[in-house]
Structure formats: C-alpha cells, structure tokens
Design a protein around this ligand. Structure first.
Ligand SMILES: Nc1ncnc2c1ncn2[C@@H]1O[C@H](COP(=O)(O)OP(=O)(O)OP(=O)(O)O)[C@@H](O)[C@H]1O
Length: 275
C-alpha cells in the first residue's frame, strides 16, 4: 500500500484515562477454498481517528474486518495490536484484547428484550469473568447502577429516549443505532463498523456518523467499512481504497479525494468505475 501511514504517530486525545490502542494489518492475505480474497493488505487504525476502508461490493471489506476483529487467523501476514501479533498471544491475552474492541457488523443482532437490556448485554460480554462476578454481587447488593453508561451510549446515537422500548419494535435504522450503542457502551479502545448505515435514511445515517465522530473525539480508534465514497469523505480522517482484495491507495481523506494517485480511485470517486 502506497502512503498507508502504517506507523503514524498517536494523535492526542482529551481523555487521559484511555488506553491508546493501535490496530493494524500487516501484509495480510486471506482466501476461501482455492480463491484469494485479500492480498498483501497493510493498514492501521490509530487512536482518535476515523479510518474509512472503501471499495465496491465483494472486494473484501467484511473479510478484512472479520480478521481485524480476530474472528479467525489470517492465511498470511499478521493482525497486530500495538505492534504485537495477536495470533502469537495466549488465548487469554487475545481475549483480553478482543474485549477492548467494539464491533458493529452488518447482521441484525439485537435480541428480544428492551433497548436498555440489549445495550447492557454489550457491557456484560466485554467484562472479564472476575469483573462479571463482582458486578453480579454488587447488583445483588443493590450497589451497581449501569444505567448512566447505557443512557450515555444511547444518547450518543440519538436513542436516549427509547431505553424501555422492545428492540423488536424498532425500525432497521433505530436497531442499527442501538447495535452501535451496544458496541460503544463498554467504552472500547477500537470500534470496527462494517457498513453501519447501509440502507438507512439520511436521518439515521447522520445519527450514526455523529456517533462515529464522538467516538473519535473520545480517543477511540474507529474503522469504518463502506461502499459509500461520500460517507468516507464526510466522516473519515484517512481513507484506504480496496479493489479486488488489495489496497490500491490510502492516505489523508482530503488528499485521496482531491488528488488520487491511482486512476481507478478517481473513476471510483466519479462513479465511473462500476462493479
Ligand atoms: N465464508 C466465505 N466462504 C467463501 N467465500 C467467502 C466467504 N466470505 C466471503 N467470501 C467471498 O469473499 C469475497 C469478499 O467478500 P466480502 O464480504 O469480504 O466483501 P465486501 O467488500 O465486504 O462486500 P459487501 O460490501 O457486499 O459486503 C466475496 O467474493 C465473497 O463471496
């Protein structure tokens, strides 16, 4: 990848308590059966930035994000957290690292309960076993009050007034916003969002984009996969363009859009490269 800035400096953040986490792919390759889907991808998402990974449908964005989320090991290359190969870590270490990553993937994943319960679930699964036991004991003693965290996460996506709604009664856009609130509630260091606004109207899209900016401003490293170039332009600090499983260009968003080095990127921006 040309100007991937894979070793860029950590930007500053106003949240001094946050662990700054840098998630990177280095020379990543992956395939299914005999087919290669990703080839030699190197990119990183830094704390306090939004990285957009853009490319046409079927180009490998979801596959890349699943590897970054450590769902499975890559066929080649490495996924690194702060320079450490996650697949060289012990299972416990890798689990601890995964707990610091929030994920919003395309599938509708809310379960049949209130909006607040769905977001609370995001908090519980991110806790270590020891913390979960402590939380359960404190809950039994009436000492814990997770409500402010849940409310704050829902407010971030503009759903603060829907705490007690049944998640099944939400529109697709609202459900998507709750799924993002669930990923944000544990205050992750990294947030991976795969097509978070596909098929949503402008109002829901704007709410989700605003949540991404707020996460970035809190020092979270946000990676967004999207086929929508205009969305990348609106929200991201850096853009990486994926085509046929390779990264053909990356750099500061403004530069990629104003002066793309690769002609295919220019045509993709202009809507002339159709897949
Ligand atoms: N589990 C799998 N088994 C076989 N092929 C797969 C699997 N997952 C993805 N693929 C193939 O890998 C290619 C890339 O798919 P991927 O979902 O990563 O693309 P994408 O850029 O996210 O597309 P979209 O924007 O449509 O979601 C596609 O050709 C897809 O059919």
């Amino acid at each position: 990848m040309s100007d991937a800035n894979p070793l860029g400096e950590h930007p500053s953040t106003d949240d001094a308590s946050r662990t700054l986490t840098r998630l990177a792919a280095r020379n990543l390759g992956h395939g299914f059966g005999d087919g290669t889907v990703l080839e030699d991808i190197s990119l990183a998402v830094e704390p306090g930035e939004i990285l957009a990974v853009v490319g046409p449908s079927g180009t490998g964005k979801t596959t890349l994000f699943r590897l970054l989320a450590m769902f499975e090991p890559p066929d080649g290359g490495t996924v690194e957290v702060d320079g450490e190969d996650v697949w060289e870590m012990s299972d416990d270490q890798r689990l601890a690292v995964r707990r610091r990553i929030g994920m919003g993937f395309q599938t509708r994943s809310l379960f049949s309960a209130t909006v607040a319960d769905n977001v609370a679930y995001g908090l519980r699964v991110r806790q270590s076993w020891g913390t979960r036991v402590r939380t359960a004991i404190e809950a039994a003693l009436g000492r814990n009050d997770p409500a402010p965290t849940i409310e704050r996460a829902l407010e971030t996506v503009g759903m603060g007034d829907k705490l007690h709604r049944d998640a099944r009664s939400l529109s697709a856009g609202e459900a998507q916003r709750v799924a993002i609130a669930r990923a944000l509630a544990p205050d992750p260091d990294v947030l991976l969002l795969d097509e978070p606004t596909s098929n949503l109207d402008p109002r829901n899209t704007a709410a989700i984009e605003s949540a991404m900016r707020e996460a970035r401003n809190r020092g979270i490293a946000v990676a967004l996969a999207t086929h929508d170039m205009q969305q990348a332009r609106r929200v991201s600090d850096r853009t990486a363009v994926l085509l046929d499983g390779t990264c053909i260009e990356s750099g500061p968003t403004e530069r990629v859009f104003e002066r793309p080095a690769d002609d295919r990127v220019r045509r993709f921006i202009d809507g002339k490269l159709v897949y």
